[in-house]
Design a protein around this ligand. Structure first.
Ligand SMILES: [Zn+2]
Ligand SMILES: [Zn+2]
Length: 293
């Protein structure tokens, strides 16, 4: 089960390695690092959604690329050349708008996964064409990117294998985020596992099966318990997150995508979460590393 969680800089001190440029949070084991712990709107200085999964000191998977994550990517000493999977959850700007900045100027030949499209939202293939195609916004990046694109059918709600290299398995599943095609991801590395809920309202019980027994579940605490209307169609209330984590028997909840504008407002949400989930809870912050064990 997950135990240690510490800031990158502290980890460098704690394990005593040199802190050379390119160093990860720890040089062994599996960690998830939050690039951005903030929500879609004002987020008290937090960047928007983005995460890196580190395996033995190498940042190999990046999940989402929301606004502000480019600077955090470099602050984390991640190397774009090491990223083998770019896993995008959906095409709300707070999850995907910083992709061109992260790719500039180096480019990437990574695997890149994203959702199928719908009215109002492009498929991952359409998104990439609109970004980097000859008639897109950034054709200057067109010859610097050569993605191996994986499309997850979010409407089917069936589990899709996104990547499996024999050591790391990444799976995706459609999650209910109002009318927005959205993917939740699960990463398994040896006996370590982490799930990324992404934005969702928590109404699909198949997601609980998907996350069952993971060491760490990243949740997006974007609305409070009084949410209603479209906001409640988009996002799960704190009590719903707690129920999902409890039913899924997850080892630890990592709270992210935090929109609360004050410590008191955040604490109120955490109290409700704790009323429904008795396991350990870590409140996310930018560049926080959480060890998965
Ligand atoms: Zn969001
Ligand atoms: Zn969203």
């Amino acid at each position: 089960m997950s135990g240690k969680f510490l800031k990158c800089a502290l980890a460098v001190v704690a394990v005593g390695f040199s802190g050379f440029a390119g160093a990860a949070c720890l040089e062994s084991g599996v960690q998830v690092q939050i690039l951005g712990s903030g929500g879609p709107g004002p987020s008290a200085g937090r960047a928007s959604a983005g995460y890196i999964v580190w395996v033995d000191g190498v940042g190999r998977i990046m999940v989402d690329a929301g606004s502000g994550t480019k600077d955090q990517f470099h602050a984390a000493h991640a190397d774009l050349g090491d990223i083998e999977l770019l896993a995008l959850s959906h095409f709300h700007p707070d999850h995907s708008s910083e992709l061109p900045a992260i790719l500039w100027p180096q480019g990437s030949e990574a695997r890149l996964s994203g959702p199928t499209g719908s009215e109002g939202f492009p498929s991952v293939t359409e998104f990439l064409e609109r970004m980097f195609g000859g008639s897109g916004a950034f054709p200057v990046l067109g010859d610097r990117v050569d993605f191996d694109v994986v499309t997850v059918d979010t409407a089917s709600r069936e589990i899709a294998e996104v990547w499996n290299d024999g050591e790391i398995q990444v799976r995706g599943i459609g999650v209910p985020h109002a009318n927005v095609p959205t993917i939740g991801y699960r990463v398994d590395v040896g006996g370590s596992s982490i799930a990324f809920s992404s934005d969702q309202n928590g109404s699909d019980p198949s997601f609980v099966d998907f996350i069952r027994d993971v060491d760490v579940l990243v949740i997006h605490m974007t609305v409070d318990e009084n949410a209603s209307g479209y906001g409640a169609q988009l996002h799960a209330k704190p009590s719903v997150w707690g129920e999902m984590a409890a039913r899924g028997n997850v080892g630890r909840v990592l709270v992210s995508h935090i929109s609360a504008q004050s410590a008191d407002a955040l604490q109120a949400n955490l109290d409700i979460l704790g009323d429904n989930y008795s396991g350990p809870v870590t409140v996310g912050e930018d560049l926080l590393c959480v060890e998965i064990e």
